[in-house]
Design a binder for this molecule. Structure first.
Ligand code: XLS
Ligand code: NI
Ligand code: NI
Length: 442
């Protein structure tokens, strides 16, 4: 491949300068080369860059068009622009020290007038991406299909009332899975797009959910047929764009997958602000997935505490991320998943360097949270507290309850003859919150 000119000539590879640094274009906590437990930080964190935000986001909102202009965006929505944009993207991935990227089919290649034309465009750009991956060592964390932007998907994709749209969606996902396989993707994501409804007055909820399950079974079968070994991930979100999305949160996702015999094939891609929109904490969603061995990957971002929609901001909330990291590390990590920055610049953040600064902040916040969480787990104070809190189930009649040896009659007898009234123990929430503050702020 010809060595093209730099798209970021003024910015070199972001260096780790430590906490003493005041350089806005340096890492203060994420040291990619630092070895911890035999693995580099780069390997531990598995950061991914979301193509749709970082290279297709223009800052548009419902009140006005984009504000962000990039020098490589000339030549219209063509395959050659797509390739030039991708060159810029891979230069960015390298300079920001992210080992992974993620994409939707329609982010990377223009949609054609027909499906055949779209497939052709996609194949051309995927071939280009494959070369860039080889040249840079950047790998694909996951691929997915955009089944929500084109007007044909206005009433959903696999949950569309029209079988024609279902068929089209199947064809599109087939190509997106081919592309993901071709690029060695480690996972494939299903975010619900417009899989939900606006009003039950025009909706057969049961039929739509059956169709969604049928679609996912087809995806599982197709993956087997092409030898795709990556992990399938469901990304729950409670609302937006539809009023009610079927993959509402992790708990409803688990129920859905089990109802339709799909639980063996899927884990969850948990997005920080989707959790908040569902009325949960990020940490809660991680724990629910982890409790069933279904924690897959993270879409790292944040909402705004005053806004009730998916603002997709970069997060520097170290407290929240530390709590999330404790749960992730306790669950044994993310396996083939990673931390994908599903986050975008604010509309007035129009400088090229803002793209770097935003990711530096997100990466530093996660790296710092990772380090604090490791210390918390190593010292084991919270773990010990929780273990003690449940210790009455470790022996005697408590153990009998857990192992199924106790029943209502035996327990009634025990209370009447021996136990009497329980002794109350404090939950110590304030003590634990203060302890957390010590780890965070000394
Ligand atoms: C939208 C989702 C989307 C998925 C990928 O809210 O976060 O960006 O991550 O389709
Ligand atoms: Ni997401
Ligand atoms: Ni989102």
């Amino acid at each position: 491949m010809a060595k093209s000119k730099s798209h970021f000539p003024e910015i070199s590879t972001i260096a780790y300068e430590g906490t003493g640094s005041t350089n806005a274009l340096a890492f203060r906590h994420y040291n990619p080369a630092e070895v911890i437990d035999g693995k580099t930080m780069k390997e531990h964190m598995r950061f991914g860059i979301a193509y749709w935000h970082s290279f297709r986001g223009t800052g548009g909102d419902p009140f006005g068009p984009g504000t962000i202009q990039r020098p490589w965006e000339k030549g219209g929505d063509s395959v050659s622009t797509a390739k030039r944009r991708m060159d810029a993207a891979f230069e960015f991935f390298q300079k920001i020290e992210a080992p992974f990227w993620c994409f939707h089919d329609r982010d990377i290649a223009p949609e054609g007038r027909t499906l055949a034309e779209s497939n052709k465009n996609l194949a051309a750009v995927v071939a280009h991406a494959k070369q860039l991956q080889k040249a840079t060592g950047v790998k694909l964390l996951w691929g997915t299909a955009n089944l929500f932007s084109n007007p044909r998907f206005m009433c959903g994709a696999s949950t569309n009332p029209d079988a024609h749209v279902f068929a089209y969606s199947a064809a599109q996902v087939k190509s997106a899975m081919d592309a993901t396989l071709e690029l060695g993707g480690e996972n494939y994501v299903f975010w619900g797009g417009r899989e939900g409804y606006e009003t039950l007055l025009n909706t057969n909820l049961k039929r739509e959910q059956d169709h969604l399950a049928r679609f996912l079974h087809m995806a599982v079968d197709y993956a087997k047929s092409i030898g795709f070994k990556g992990q399938f991930l469901i990304e729950p979100k409670p609302k937006e764009p539809t009023k009610h999305q079927y993959d509402f949160d992790v708990a409803s996702g688990i129920a859905f997958l089990r109802t339709y015999g799909l639980e063996k094939y899927f884990k969850f891609n948990i997005e920080t602000n989707h959790a908040t929109l569902a009325g949960h904490t990020f940490n809660h969603e991680i724990e629910v997935a982890a409790s069933q061995g279904m924690l897959g990957s993270i879409d790292a971002n944040s909402g705004d505490e005053l806004l009730g929609w998916d603002t997709d901001q970069f997060s520097t909330d170290v407290r929240q991320l530390t709590l999330a990291m404790i749960s992730i590390l306790r669950a044994g990590g993310l396996g083939s998943g990673g931390f994908n920055f599903d986050a975008k610049l604010r509309r007035p953040s129009i400088d090229l360097e803002d793209l770097f600064i935003a990711h530096i902040g997100g990466m530093d916040a996660y790296a710092l949270a990772f380090k604090i969480a490791r210390r918390i787990l190593a010292e084991g104070k919270f773990e010990q507290f929780v273990a003690d809190r449940y210790s009455s189930f470790d022996t005697g009649y408590g153990q009998d309850i857990e192992t199924g040896k106790a029943n209502f009659k035996s327990l009634e007898k025990l209370v009447l003859t021996k136990l009497g009234e329980p002794t109350l123990r404090s939950g110590k929430q304030e003590y634990l919150e203060n302890l957390l503050m010590q780890y965070l702020h000394g």
